[in-house]
Design a binder for this molecule. Structure first.
Ligand code: HEM
Length: 211
């Protein structure tokens, strides 16, 4: 449930980003990208929290709440989000200079999310088990391929794909604090427009990388 509201928040921000950038409103477009970055970090936190269950509890409570053989890739909200990212690709390849910082944050946030996804997957057997889409391919390898292709949409070449910032080191209190901030940020952005409610750059300065 939490993952879906985060994805829906991302959809809202990305659609608003498109409207604002098309209108030449770069400040507002930047706020949308920053908010989207915060939501992706919130999703990474949600992933890490799902990963903090024991394998048995994950299988009994998290996995069993999903339909049999359901993969995140099959969710309609997620497909819609990826379709929007594809539509935004021309903007990602020619981002106005004033939005370069927010674009970099957006990329870093995606890498953090993808890093958490891979870490959780590995924890639950993804280095041994096949992916649902292609059982012949290890789940963790499949995720690495997805990462490269998503980063390509964001205009990151594969040689820059998995470097450093895709890893988070948080304790439980920080997880909860960050998730809460991300949710409140989403709510505020849905209810208001044009105001910067929380600056995502705090994440990068406050939380050290996992080694
Ligand atoms: C914690 C809950 C999880 C959520 C919310 C989730 C969500 C997602 C999403 C949204 C995608 C699409 C990614 C994209 O299009 O770039 C995806 C794909 C994928 N996820 Fe997860 N995921 C979760 C846990 C896991 C775990 C534990 C594994 C490994 C054991 C895993 C393995 C994969 C793989 C291999 C794919 C690629 C598609 C496929 O082959 O099924 N995920 N997931």
């Amino acid at each position: 449930m939490g993952f879906f509201s985060l994805i829906q928040g991302l959809i809202i921000c990305c659609l608003r980003f498109e409207l604002q950038i098309q209108a030449g409103n770069f400040v507002e477009a930047g706020i949308e990208l920053e908010t989207a970055s915060a939501l992706m970090i919130g999703s990474a936190v949600a992933m890490e929290m799902a990963g903090s269950y024991s394998t048995d509890t994950y299988k009994a409570e998290v996995r069993s709440s999903m339909p049999d053989r359901f993969s995140g890739i099959m969710s309609q909200d997620h497909s819609f989000l990826i379709a929007i990212w594809k539509k935004l690709h021309p903007w990602f390849t020619s981002m106005p200079e004033v939005l370069r910082h927010q674009h970099e944050q957006f990329i870093s946030s995606y890498k953090i999310l993808s890093g958490s996804h891979k870490a959780v997957c590995a924890r639950f057997g993804g280095n041994e088990e096949g992916s649902l889409l292609s059982p012949g391919c290890k789940a963790s390898e499949m995720l690495a391929r997805f990462e490269v292709s998503r980063l390509r949409i964001l205009n990151v070449q594969s040689d820059r794909a998995s470097r450093g910032e895709n890893l988070l080191l948080l304790d439980k209190k920080q997880f909860i604090e960050l998730s809460f901030r991300s949710y409140s940020n989403l709510l505020m952005r849905v209810l208001s427009s044009g105001e910067r409610t929380w600056n995502v750059s705090r994440c990068f300065s406050v939380y050290p990388e996992r080694t």
